[in-house]
Design a protein around this ligand. Structure first.
Ligand SMILES: Nc1nc2c(ncn2[C@@H]2O[C@H](COP(=O)(O)OP(=O)(O)OP(=O)(O)O)[C@@H](O)[C@H]2O)c(=O)[nH]1
Ligand SMILES: [Mg+2]
Length: 353
């Protein structure tokens, strides 16, 4: 592999030189400050052309390096968007790489910096190896502390679990109910019942009834609070009752209030708010705010397959921290659903090399 070193007075200039010579896809192997403490700084970047593994280059050594490699293009994005953080992390390639992954996955820059600041990486002068590894571990632990998960249908003794799925139109409520119902029946051997309080969309009841028929579980419509109470009474023998609701626009507060009137908060009903990671972060946080009268207790993130970047999950948790119960990853019923697990969510946040 052709490895070259480029020096300049600023990181930006050094990166510019690499880009001009090797192109935007070139990989940065390391960055360091070779001289100076503010005034006469000289920065050095070691880089290699893209696809740098030569014919007789063992590809495993490239793979080993890959975790900390960064393309020039990505470095430029970081320099443009992260006001000075890159310069401060120049001595800590492992931490810079972690930081870059968070940013590239769409984690809000100030949140990413908050996590870094919880270790002493910004305050201490350069420290070698082990300390860096420790700092990376601490940052990851801090992120994991923010990620909470729950298991709403886990053996709740003899108590019946009643869960309502709420969220905007088309986010995946009905499909997720079908997936959950099937998984709970087949894997956890639970007796499941369904209720639909979707009185708006034509065909909504048929959609859930079709699933109920396939699974052979009872399904009742509920047009008002009394209907819902009656349906719940008729399904007293069920281990789990899943309530499907009509999709509400996050801006239609009167419809959200209407739903609140039907789902009484004096009953032990857990509400899960569904959020599609394929929507913008702004939409997601608007949804969280406007649905809050419904008192949802956890999140279900849907359509993970439709987005490459999952940083918005962490941004949302930093804003309103609630446990995540499930994630959904496609249209297939019942396969495309997973119980939320901390490590899985963490991997989603760090998935881009
Ligand atoms: N790619 C992808 N599509 C999904 C996922 N979950 C649901 N969908 C699709 O999204 C569309 C809407 O799903 P529904 O379950 O009907 O959504 P809903 O929230 O019940 O919609 P309304 O009842 O109209 O509010 C369907 O085409 C689903 O197949 C997912 O995890 N990934
Ligand atoms: Mg629906």
């Amino acid at each position: 592999m052709q490895i070259r070193k480029y020096r300049a007075k600023t990181i930006r200039d050094a990166v510019g030189k690499v880009r001009d010579v090797l192109g935007p896809e070139a990989m940065i192997i390391s960055t360091k400050k070779v001289r100076g403490n503010g005034k006469n700084d000289i920065f050095e970047i070691t880089a290699a052309p893209a696809h740098g593994g030569g014919a007789n280059e063992p590809s495993s050594s490239i793979a080993d390096l890959k975790a900390e490699l960064m393309s020039i293009k990505e470095m430029i994005t970081l320099l443009d968007h992260t006001h000075g953080t890159v310069e401060r992390l120049i001595w800590n390639p492992a931490i810079l790489s972690l930081y870059a992954k968070l940013i590239r996955n769409g984690v809000n820059e100030s949140y990413a910096r908050t996590f870094l600041a919880r270790t002493s990486v910004f305050n201490k002068p350069f420290t070698h190896g082990a300390n860096n590894d420790r700092a990376v571990k601490i940052i990851i632990e801090e992120i994991k502390r923010v990620i909470k998960v729950n298991e709403p249908f886990e053996s709740n003794g003899k108590n019946r679990v009643v869960a309502a799925l709420v969220g905007t139109t088309g986010v995946g409520k009905t499909t997720t109910i079908a997936k959950l119902a099937a998984q709970l029946m087949l894997k956890a051997r639970k007796k499941v019942g369904l209720v639909s309080i979707d009185n708006y969309r034509i065909g909504a009841l048929e959609q859930i009834k079709t699933y109920a028929n396939i699974l052979g579980v009872p399904c009742f419509p509920a047009f008002c609070r009394t209907d819902l109470l009656l349906a719940l009474k008729r399904m007293e023998d069920r281990d789990v009752v899943l309530i499907d609701t009509a999709g509400q626009s996050q801006y239609d507060l009167s419809r959200i209030e209407e739903l609140r009137q039907i789902i009484p908060d004096d009953l032990p009903i857990t509400s899960h708010l569904l959020l599609s990671v394929a929507t913008t972060e702004l939409e997601m946080s608007k949804t969280v705010n406007n649905f809050s009268p419904l008192g949802f207790q956890s999140y279900i993130f849907t359509k993970l397959d439709e987005s490459e970047r999952h940083g918005s999950i962490l941004n949302l948790l930093m804003n309103r921290n609630l446990p995540i119960s499930y994630i959904t990853t496609g249209q297939n019923v019942p396969e495309d659903i997973e119980e939320a697990k901390k490590d899985k969510i963490l991997r989603l946040l760090l998935n881009r090399n």
